[in-house]
Write a new protein. Structure first.
Length: 216
């Protein structure tokens, strides 16, 4: 059977990054969305508040599990976080004026924040004291349970980050930790940010500075 091919504009979106000798290509349609409800990672504005919806550390905890040093209760907390959908947080977010949004997955918090900052032409200022970490994550990072993806993320994105002196190495590492089913990073006005109950503030958006990410 023959099919007729037509030339139409097509956007290639998302997917995993894999280094391999063979070309791999595939799509999976998991839902639909109205064009007016799309929230891009571009659009963050100076003066916005940065909100985040989950604790960090799934990558480090998974590595600690492989190394046999992870406690059962910490693994259970990590699994519970990964099984928690972003649907409720997204529905709450959409009640406000969202300027920019991205999920935080394999590239870690810094990697995805970098994409938002560069796409928006701003600097994202992240207060590391406001971040939340899964139980055991800091301890396991301190013990050396560092996944390869974390190292790759840091090597790729560290040049874009202004990091404060004296930050604990394990906390700095978790900023690059690759997340599975991570949270939403949301940029929105302060008055709307204050209404969110399923997200917590981790920083703010400023005019573009020397680097797209500034950790304080």
């Amino acid at each position: 059977m023959r099919t007729r091919c037509t030339r139409r504009p097509c956007s290639i979106l998302g997917g995993h990054s894999i280094a391999d000798e063979e070309i791999k290509f595939g799509y999976a349609v998991t839902g639909t969305i109205h064009p007016d409800r799309v929230k891009a990672n571009a659009g963050a504005r100076a003066g916005d508040i940065l909100m985040f919806t989950k604790s960090l550390g799934t990558g480090v905890i998974s590595t600690a599990l492989k190394q046999g040093i992870a406690r059962d209760e910490d693994v259970a907390a990590s699994v519970a976080s990964m099984l928690t959908l972003n649907r409720a947080a997204c529905e709450e977010m959409l009640r406000g004026e969202v300027h920019g949004c991205t999920d935080v997955t394999g590239f870690g918090l810094i990697g995805h924040a970098r994409e938002m900052a560069r796409a928006s032409g701003v600097t994202l200022e992240i207060d590391h004291a406001r971040l939340r970490f899964l139980p055991g994550a800091l301890e396991y990072a301190r013990a050396g349970a560092i996944p390869g993806g974390l190292r790759n993320n840091r090597e790729f994105a560290a040049s874009c980050v202004e990091m404060p002196e004296g930050i604990a190495p394990e906390m700095e590492a978790l900023l690059y930790d690759p997340q599975t089913a991570g949270g939403l990073l949301i940029s929105l006005p302060e008055h709307d940010a204050a209404k969110l109950t399923l997200a917590f503030p981790i920083g703010r958006v400023t005019e573009r500075a020397a680097r797209p990410i500034r950790v304080i």
